[in-house]
Design a protein around this ligand. Structure first.
Ligand SMILES: [Zn+2]
Length: 505
């Protein structure tokens, strides 16, 4: 039985519209899932939408529809965005589904049976957008530190999860699982939260009706975290299929640093309380900044993925965010930077290699691709590049994986410039040079497939390989696999250069 790999994105709140911040996490999870599938692992990739809570209830009222209708309509926008971006999720979880109600009920009962849930009176400063309480000291100039909006004074009776009981157990878990939170800087941040002392947190509301009722007290509705985080269990079969769940759990979570505390502190404690193993990993990325400001509705820096896809194509979009924004630190997005990266890496480096090779094969080899030299120096480099890429993908560092992959393309271009096969007479020397370049294209088609799946498949088609690199898998990545004797097609530029703002030249 192959290893199982269960990777998730956060579920996205349906009151937001899909923007490039959501797309960044989702494309990363998709590329990672694709890499693991190509490595022969049994992969499950989950994304979905968070559909409960006060904001959805209020938005639905404003639009004169039921919360269910509002959730249907807005959830669909995410599914459409992911279809557009070639996202290969195996499942799409919606927190309004019956299977999710079952899972939430089950985990709440388990935590309660363990004595970790208690009814208390609560008052505090509440941010409607976060659906969370803040202490006075956490506010920034009296406003929510995330939304920069005023908070409301709220008072109600809530059920609490006794997080404070888990301080030592969490620290021990971090100690024995040093790779739990990645990258390391984010692990230190999470440890800082735990060492700073843990507060019990509220898990129910009586002021909201739109949500999963607390099973033993239906006058309360489950509030955000027990509802939202539990989606990861639901998506693996928790509460509906024990065998499935045992196969997939624990999960690998991808998330942004704004929800680090909930995923890296609350969540493992909730799972421990319910007798479930904490996640295998939490990979935490920084904010995507546009002109120095985090993109969000409030800053008007919202950019829909479709707008960029219109200019750069689906693979151009995917490549940019995977390559340009290393996973972990904050990243800057600019349109000009996207044009520059596209032209340098896709149009020039990869696109040129393909068009040069196919042009010279047409002129010097009658359009039939020769086989590579088994002893080529590029073969040695390929093995190194493969190891670097594999380690980087395994650690959710697509940028480093693609940097390694592109170094191979750069080496093949340099080899061609040095050998200048276009100036040679047809013969064994031309065949050797072009065979090596074709072999690099074949291997790059494999290594780049998680990032640019359709373009990788198109590269393979043009060099005469009758299959899809994503299906061929990484076993095929060793040097010497290009058989030679295949027809090579001279096609249009795979990545046409982009001139000014959105004008393809
Ligand atoms: Zn807030």
């Amino acid at each position: 039985m192959p290893d199982s790999y269960y990777v998730t994105t956060p579920i996205y709140y349906v009151t937001d519209a899909p923007h490039i911040g959501h797309a960044y996490t989702t494309v990363t999870a998709d590329a990672v899932a694709r890499w693991h599938r190509m490595a022969g692992e049994d992969v499950r990739f989950l994304t979905g939408t968070d559909e409960h809570g006060l904001k959805v209830q209020r938005s639905a009222e404003e639009h004169g529809v039921t919360p269910q209708e509002w959730a249907e309509r807005t959830s669909r926008r995410y599914e459409e965005a992911w279809e557009l971006l070639d996202i290969s999720n195996d499942d799409f979880i919606r927190t309004t589904e019956p299977r999710h109600h079952t899972a939430v009920t089950k985990i709440l009962e388990a935590c309660r049976a363990n004595g970790d849930i208690e009814l208390r009176r609560y008052e505090g400063l509440y941010c409607v957008s976060c659906e969370g309480y803040y202490t006075e000291s956490e506010l920034v100039e009296g406003n929510c530190p995330i939304h920069h909006r005023p908070v409301e004074h709220m008072e109600e009776e809530n059920y609490f999860f006794l997080l404070s009981r888990y301080e030592d157990r969490l620290l021990e878990w971090y100690e024995t699982h040093p790779e739990f939170v990645r990258p390391r800087s984010r692990r230190n941040e999470a440890l800082g939260f735990i060492r700073g002392g843990l507060q019990d947190f509220s898990i129910s509301r009586t002021s909201i009706t739109w949500g999963v009722p607390i099973p033993w007290d239906p006058s309360h509705v489950t509030y955000v975290w027990f509802d939202a985080l539990t989606n990861y269990l639901t998506g693996a079969g928790y509460g509906s299929d024990d065998e499935e769940f045992a196969h997939w759990w624990p999960a690998v979570h991808l998330l942004g640093k704004d929800i680090l505390r909930f995923h890296c502190v609350y969540w493992p404690a909730m799972l421990m309380s319910a007798g479930i193993e904490p996640p295998r990993n939490a990979y935490v990325h920084g904010f995507l900044l546009v002109g120095g400001e985090k993109m969000s509705k409030t800053t008007l820096n919202q950019i829909a993925p479709a707008d960029l896809v219109a200019d750069f194509g689906v693979d151009g979009f995917r490549y940019h965010f995977l390559r340009n924004q290393p996973f972990g630190p904050d990243g800057d997005f600019s349109y000009e930077g996207m044009v520059a990266r596209y032209n340098a890496d896709l149009a020039n480096n990869l696109g040129n290699l393909l068009s040069r090779v196919s042009t010279v094969v047409a002129r010097k080899c009658g359009g039939v691709g020769p086989a590579p030299d088994p002893g080529s120096e590029l073969g040695v480099l390929t093995a190194e590049v493969f190891d670097r890429a594999a380690n980087a993908w395994a650690d959710v560092q697509p940028s480093a994986a693609l940097e390694a992959t592109w170094s191979l393309i750069g080496a093949a271009n340099a080899m061609l410039e040095k050998a200048e096969p276009w100036k040679m007479e047809p013969g064994p020397e031309v065949d050797r040079v072009l065979g090596d370049a074709l072999e690099v294209l074949r291997i790059v088609g494999l290594l780049a497939a998680p990032a640019i799946p359709s373009s990788a498949a198109e590269i393979w088609r043009r060099i005469g390989l009758g299959s899809d690199p994503s299906a061929a898998g990484l076993e095929a990545a060793g040097w010497g696999g290009y058989p030679g004797g295949l027809e090579v097609e001279k096609g249009k530029p795979l990545f046409p250069r982009i001139g000014g703002r959105g004008n393809r030249s």
